[in-house]
Design a protein around this ligand. Structure first.
Ligand code: HEC
Ligand code: HEC
Ligand code: HEC
Ligand code: HEC
Ligand code: HEC
Ligand code: HEC
Ligand code: HEC
Ligand code: HEC
Ligand code: HEC
Ligand code: HEC
Ligand code: HEC
Length: 390
């Protein structure tokens, strides 16, 4: 704990313990007036104003500040009736750490335009504790504060996180930034930590994935300014809001794998599986059915699901009859690539040689035939008698 934090906490605790007794002695209980709507209306002459002023102590007791006296924050009040205006402490005076982190967020930068100060997310007298935010009702209330301003960013009902996670679980709370910035919890280079905090078993497998290697290398080299859309973090496959779930995910991800692996995707779409998937098959193999979803490795490495030794098992999940010969079928046949597909390569060239050879012979034959025809015609004309009788 830093000195400023300690000081803030000490100050608040002192007030907590001293205030209620002193206030009661001085007849300053706020409920006497601030829990009485009619009295407030009479005193202010306005129902609307009375409603604003209505602050029963019970609301505070049910909040994160349940142990604070009213005068812990309204510390300008020392007598009854109190003077106006009432001096009130800023949230930051007791929570300096939260305030300094928030100071670097996108919300602090727009505070004048949109006033995204502490109460915009926390409320004033009904501030929820972190524990309260993690109940179904607390999540709903907390997220409603975000969507009050971000109406277009509601999680659709189909999103697996709708009603089950806080917006802040993904975006962070006081350190929210545009997702393209490395400081954002949703930057691809930070997703293993952010998404992994709730999906720890997936994260454990994904740490050994070829895509995680790529991100780790960038982090180690301090390369933080790559285009986030080109980085294979969790959302590269899962998307953002409205991500598909369950069995639909593997099928939905084909387009996403394809966006980064254009060459292999192009060949896949020419293969039997690719064409069937394109026609809407729910059974034919997607990229993830063969390569796996998490823990993908290059096929040259033995642990890869597509490694030669594991292919019978991988294909066998759908082709129970699969044996060594069956799995020799090239999933991404590249006729022009001799190293990857020697058999297809040689067959391709042999077939083409045959074709070109046959066509060539035919052309040669036709050409010679034609020349002969012309010569024959000429000869016939020459042989005709020059001075035919008239
Ligand atoms: C005797 C009745 C009474 C008591 C007791 C009382 N208040 Fe008030 N308070 C009022 C009235 C009436 C107003 C509205 C004044 C106005 O706007 O004209 C008010 C206004 C306020 C305001 C808004 C002031 C502003 O500047 O807009 C605050 C904050 C406040 N009270 C806090 C408290 C707290 C905290 C306590 C207990 C320590 C308390 N009051 C006790 C009657 C009372
Ligand atoms: C954690 C700090 C905190 C505590 C504890 C607290 N308040 Fe407040 N209160 C505030 C803040 C912040 C405001 C908003 C001040 C502003 O808008 O300038 C406020 C505003 C008010 C207002 C004015 C509302 C308005 O719209 O003008 C009243 C009345 C009030 N508080 C009464 C109380 C009473 C009564 C209690 C105890 C039951 C209490 N407060 C406890 C922080 C607190
Ligand atoms: C954009 C919304 C937002 C704003 C603005 C905001 N907070 Fe928070 N704050 C949250 C959320 C959400 C949590 C809960 C995070 C969690 O539990 O994972 C939180 C947690 C807290 C906590 C408890 C945990 C911690 O980090 O210490 C404190 C204290 C706090 N906020 C104070 C403040 C203060 C003071 C301000 C203004 C300087 C502020 N907040 C501004 C959203 C916000
Ligand atoms: C007088 C000092 C004081 C002021 C002013 C104050 N708080 Fe607090 N706050 C506390 C104390 C003390 C706690 C309880 C800490 C605990 O239980 O660990 C607390 C707890 C919280 C928590 C819950 C933390 C958790 O871990 O669950 C949040 C959120 C919070 N405050 C936000 C605010 C906001 C927003 C404001 C301004 C409207 C504010 N606070 C004003 C002293 C204050
Ligand atoms: C499962 C994680 C997750 C949850 C939960 C989540 N988001 Fe997002 N959010 C994302 C991702 C990923 C993006 C896209 C980042 C990008 O644009 O590259 C995003 C984008 C955003 C953006 C920026 C949009 C833009 O076009 O720049 C806002 C604002 C936003 N979310 C608000 C919310 C709100 C409000 C909630 C709660 C109702 C929420 N998010 C819940 C992951 C999440
Ligand atoms: C009082 C209104 C308000 C509240 C409440 C609020 N925001 Fe914002 N938020 C904004 C504004 C304004 C911006 C800046 C948008 C811009 O620059 O276009 C912003 C920016 C963002 C961004 C960055 C968007 C981008 O593309 O750069 C994210 C993410 C975000 N907010 C998420 C949240 C989350 C999560 C919460 C709740 C914990 C929340 N906001 C609460 C008003 C709000
Ligand atoms: C290369 C693409 C890809 C990446 C990167 C990826 N996933 Fe997945 N994920 C998938 C696919 C495809 C499925 C569906 C698997 C199935 O149903 O066969 C899936 C399923 C899931 C599931 C639900 C099923 C389960 O295994 O629990 C969760 C949760 C999940 N992913 C979280 C994550 C997280 C967290 C990350 C980042 C650490 C991540 N994913 C990275 C492609 C990916
Ligand atoms: C705050 C915790 C939290 C965070 C952070 C989080 N998730 Fe989730 N996620 C959940 C919960 C809760 C569910 C619903 C689980 C269920 O339905 O059993 C879920 C479900 C999912 C599912 C669907 C699982 C299925 O069974 O099909 C996927 C995929 C997923 N999350 C991916 C992600 C990704 C990607 C990220 C990061 C961008 C992320 N999650 C961040 C809590 C979280
Ligand atoms: C955001 C871009 C992106 C997405 C989406 C993506 N990848 Fe990758 N993938 C990469 C990068 C970058 C590498 C590492 C560099 C390389 O070797 O090509 C990689 C490597 C691989 C490798 C190993 C390649 C090799 O030559 O060693 C395989 C296999 C692979 N990805 C399969 C998939 C599958 C299957 C999916 C979809 C479920 C997918 N990828 C989604 C970017 C992506
Ligand atoms: C039927 C199973 C199957 C499907 C479906 C499939 N692949 Fe492959 N993939 C393989 C096999 C086996 C290899 C290795 C042998 C080869 O190169 O043909 C491979 C090789 C690769 C490679 C080269 C790196 C390596 O591991 O050797 C990439 C990248 C790749 N696939 C991406 C994809 C993408 C993207 C899709 C979907 C658009 C996809 N694959 C669909 C089985 C499949
Ligand atoms: C997710 C299930 C699945 C996986 C995994 C899978 N396939 Fe298939 N495959 C199918 C389906 C479904 C068909 C279409 C069968 C039909 O004609 O009804 C098919 C068709 C084929 C065909 C053409 C038709 C035939 O039966 O001869 C070949 C060849 C083939 N797969 C090879 C492979 C190889 C090799 C692998 C492993 C690298 C593999 N498949 C992995 C589901 C799968």
């Amino acid at each position: 704990m830093r000195p400023a934090q300690l000081l803030g906490l000490l100050a608040s605790l002192t007030i907590v313990h001293l205030a209620p007794a002193r206030l009661r002695a001085q007849g300053l209980e706020c409920d006497r007036c601030h829990a009485e709507l009619e009295l407030l209306r009479q005193r202010t002459g306005s129902m609307a104003r009375a409603e604003e002023l209505l602050t029963p102590e019970a609301v505070l007791r049910g909040s994160a500040h349940g142990k604070l006296a009213c005068t812990a924050c309204h510390d300008g009040i020392t007598q009854s009736p109190h003077a106006l205006p009432v001096v009130t402490r800023r949230c930051a005076s007791c929570h300096p750490a939260a305030d300094s982190v928030w100071g670097g967020s996108v919300h602090a930068q727009v505070r004048d335009r949109a006033s995204v100060g502490c109460p915009a997310c926390h409320g004033v007298h009904d501030v929820a504790s972190r524990q309260q935010l993690r109940t179904p009702a607390g999540r709903e209330r907390g997220n409603a504060r975000c969507t009050a301003c971000h109406a277009g960013q509601q999680l659709p009902a189909t999103d697996p996180h709708a009603g089950r996670a806080l917006c802040a679980g993904c975006h962070g709370s006081h350190d929210i930034r545009g997702p393209e910035l490395i400081g954002s919890a949703m930057h691809p280079l930070r997703q293993l930590a952010t998404c992994g905090a709730c999906h720890d078993s997936v994260a454990a497998v994904w740490r050994g994935d070829v895509h995680a290697d790529t991100l780790r290398k960038l982090l180690a080299a301090g390369v933080l300014d790559e285009d986030p859309d080109a980085l294979p973090g969790c959302t590269a496959c899962h998307g953002a809001h409205g991500a598909p779930r369950g069995a639909a995910m593997a099928r939905a991800s084909v387009g996403r794998c394809a966006a980064c692996h254009e060459r292999f995707a192009e060949i896949y779409y020419e293969s039997y599986h690719g064409q069937a998937v394109r026609l809407g098959s729910q059974a034919a193999a997607t990229c993830a059915d063969c390569h796996g979803a998490h823990g993908i490795r290059p096929s040259a490495e033995p642990p890869a699901r597509t490694a030669r030794a594991r292919r019978v098992a991988t294909c066998g999940a759908c082709h129970p009859e699969a044996g060594a010969r069956f799995v020799a079928y090239a999933a991404h046949p590249e006729p022009m690539n001799r190293e990857r597909n020697p058999w297809v390569f040689f067959t391709f060239w042999a077939m083409n040689a045959l074709l070109v050879g046959a066509m060539g012979l035919w052309a040669l034959h036709t050409g010679i035939w034609w020349i002969r025809l012309v010569l024959d015609q000429r000869k016939a004309r020459a042989d005709q008698p020059r001075n035919a009788p008239n």
